[in-house]
Design a protein around this ligand. Structure first.
Ligand SMILES: *Cc1c(COP(=O)(O)O)cnc(C)c1O
Length: 404
């Protein structure tokens, strides 16, 4: 027993620091399925209340969609619960291969490979493809999992200011003579601001400097772009982005699973050398079966992403007209800015009492003085839901002196 009182004390002090910095993660219990109308027990131990959810990544409303749960049930009944193996031993069903092919086709890439999560996909990819001779140039606001993946890799690294192609070009110019391969690494949609990476300009620079481009499109796959194929489609550069990583845990059903889509050699190298792929269990059959149905749904029609687009625009217009300060954009991630952290948290708490579930974000998740409530729209929201949310924002906003 080395877990002494001194160690316990040390860990408790760390936790106290987390709490004092306002960073303690207080989980709220949802006592229903995930969806637009949920039942939340908050504060813990209080009577659960019905609220409208405006903070899920359930962009297309598929988390509890009847077609998706039916497909998961079918997968469970026909193919069982788990694989009890990694993919290369005895963990690959024909359906895993079908799903990988379908996703590759959907994203317009030669091949795709599944991981347990996009976090794992991002942890795997850099170490496999790059080494000391190469340079990774990343946007400064990339997701934590890309940062960790880059850390695991021996390539040289540098970064450019968020979505700043001028700065990126300077870095490309500087690194070009010193690198075998350069790979530009960015999120497609930056989740805190809901803004898009300028992939058209990034693709131009990549061509000019002979760099590869890797885009993590987790907050875009399924709904950004005319047919929902993501940020590359939005900018008309689907064939000019080399590698896409994305998740099944957001718009595409919201369960779990990550994807790398790209050239066949890349997926083959990952199958042979990607550590989170080789040493972690296969994605279970119910999820594979449901994800196949999800890809059908998003391929057959643009109905859901069209409705989501309408919802996001409608919410943005109404909030703008009400006098709230938003980060302008066109995604269903709508940051409502309050500046002060306490104000953002007070707003969120009062909004919950009004039946609207949203969360305040403050430093260090976002820059100091840029505290906000990040509202996320879903295709499962109806106009009445959005009206109710805006009414609640107006009521609480007036009460707290945010708007007049
Ligand atoms: C959510 C997210 C991930 C992690 O996805 P999981 O499949 O949940 O691990 C990775 N990258 C980005 C940009 C994300 O938004």
């Amino acid at each position: 027993m080395a877990y002494s009182n001194a160690v316990r004390e040390q860990f408790r002090n760390t936790l106290k620091e987390v709490e004092e910095a306002g960073l303690y993660k207080d989980e709220r219990y949802i006592c229903s399925e995930q969806g637009v109308e949920i039942v939340v027990e908050y504060p813990r131990g209080s009577k659960p209340i019905k609220v409208l959810n405006f903070c899920a990544n359930n962009y297309l409303g598929l988390s509890s969609h009847p077609d998706v749960t039916a497909a998961a049930r079918k997968g469970l009944e026909e193919r069982g619960y788990g694989m009890s193996s990694v993919r290369f031993i005895c963990g690959t069903q024909d359906l895993h291969n079908s799903l990988e092919k379908r996703i590759a086709e959907y994203l317009g890439k030669e091949d795709a490979i599944l991981f347990s999560s996009c976090f794992d996909a991002n942890a795997a990819i850099f170490e496999v493809l790059f080494d000391e001779k190469d340079v990774l140039l990343n946007d400064r606001l990339i997701h934590a999992s890309l940062i960790d993946g880059i850390r695991l890799c021996s390539a040289q690294r540098d970064s450019y200011k968020n979505a700043d192609v001028g700065h990126l070009e300077k870095k490309l110019e500087m690194w070009k003579p010193r690198a075998r391969n350069i790979c530009i690494v960015t999120d497609g949609v930056f989740s805190m601001d809901g803004i898009l990476a300028p992939l058209d300009k990034i693709a131009d620079l990549a061509d000019r400097y002979g760099a590869m481009v890797l885009v993590d499109d987790s907050h875009a796959t399924g709904f950004i772009g005319k047919t929902g194929r993501g940020t590359p489609e939005h900018f008309g550069v689907m064939d000019r982005i080399d590698i896409i990583t994305t998740t099944l845990g957001k718009a595409l059903g919201g369960a779990s699973g990550g994807v790398v889509a790209g050239p066949r050699e890349v997926t083959e190298m990952l199958r042979n050398r990607g550590r989170p792929y080789l040493f972690s269990n296969a994605v279970p059959p119910p999820i594979i079966s449901a994800a196949l149905r999800v890809i059908d749904l998003v391929s057959e029609t643009t109905k859901l992403r069209d409705k989501l687009e309408w919802n996001a625009r409608y919410f943005r217009e109404k909030m703008d007209a009400a006098g709230f300060r938003l980060v302008p954009g066109e995604t269903p991630i709508v940051p409502v800015m309050f500046g002060d952290a306490k104000l953002a948290n007070d707003m969120a708490r009062e909004l919950l009492q009004e039946g609207i579930y949203v969360i305040g974000f403050s430093h260090p998740v976002v820059p100091m003085g840029k505290a906000r409530i990040r509202v996320q729209l879903s295709a499962a929201h109806e106009k009445e839901h959005i009206d109710k949310a805006v009414d609640a924002f107006v009521k609480v906003g007036k009460k707290l002196g945010v708007i007049r």
